[in-house]
Design a protein around this ligand. Sequence first.
Ligand SMILES: Cc1cc2nc3c(=O)[nH]c(=O)nc-3n(C[C@H](O)[C@H](O)[C@H](O)COP(=O)(O)O)c2cc1C
Length: 190
Amino acid sequence: MKVVVLHGSSRKGGNSDTLAERFLAGMGGEERHEVRHFYTIEMHVAHCRGCGTCGTAASPETCAIRDDMQAVYPAFSQAEVVVLASPMFWGYMTSQLKAVFDRLEAVASPQHFGGKDFVLFVTYRHYYGSMVEWLGRIATAFGSRMHAMTCQTYDPETDRDVPIANFPDRLEEAFQLGREVASVERAHQG
Ligand SMILES: Cc1cc2nc3c(=O)[nH]c(=O)nc-3n(C[C@H](O)[C@H](O)[C@H](O)COP(=O)(O)O)c2cc1C
């Protein structure tokens, strides 16, 4: 299976990355799939300029801006499973992941988004709703399947962040989601 993981965190190996890692293990491990990781914090991705030339002869299928997004477009379009792993930052995904999504405007069609399994991992202190609602609307609009798992990494009683390793049940949940998505995809492929 072709899998793309868009890592939104500023902390490689942090909470949201760990959920994605458990998910991939549940899918059967990276050796069984063609997995492409994109660590958005390490990428050079310019902001969308809204120039409106996407899909025209000037830049068919992709974007007029030439940067690290040019590697994302083909991987994203060919992927059967797209994993989005992000912490909440001021009520939404991180700005580095948002920049990538803004640039995916160039392939915003059922042809590129439809039929995929989108898997969302959100880690947060207080609030996760905006991201789940956002992806739900995308899945409905483009005919994709959506799976979402959110995890609070904060203890309100002590007012402290808690590392995801302290939640083995949630890590197991991510693993089981990987198994489920792998079997849904296999069934889908017949
Ligand atoms: C700059 C910044 C902004 C944050 N904003 C929010 C927020 O708006 N809502 C929330 O619930 N958590 C917020 N958090 C907490 C993180 O989402 C949380 O610690 C998350 O588990 C970190 O995941 P990571 O290890 O994958 O980066 C914020 C953290 C930082 C550093």
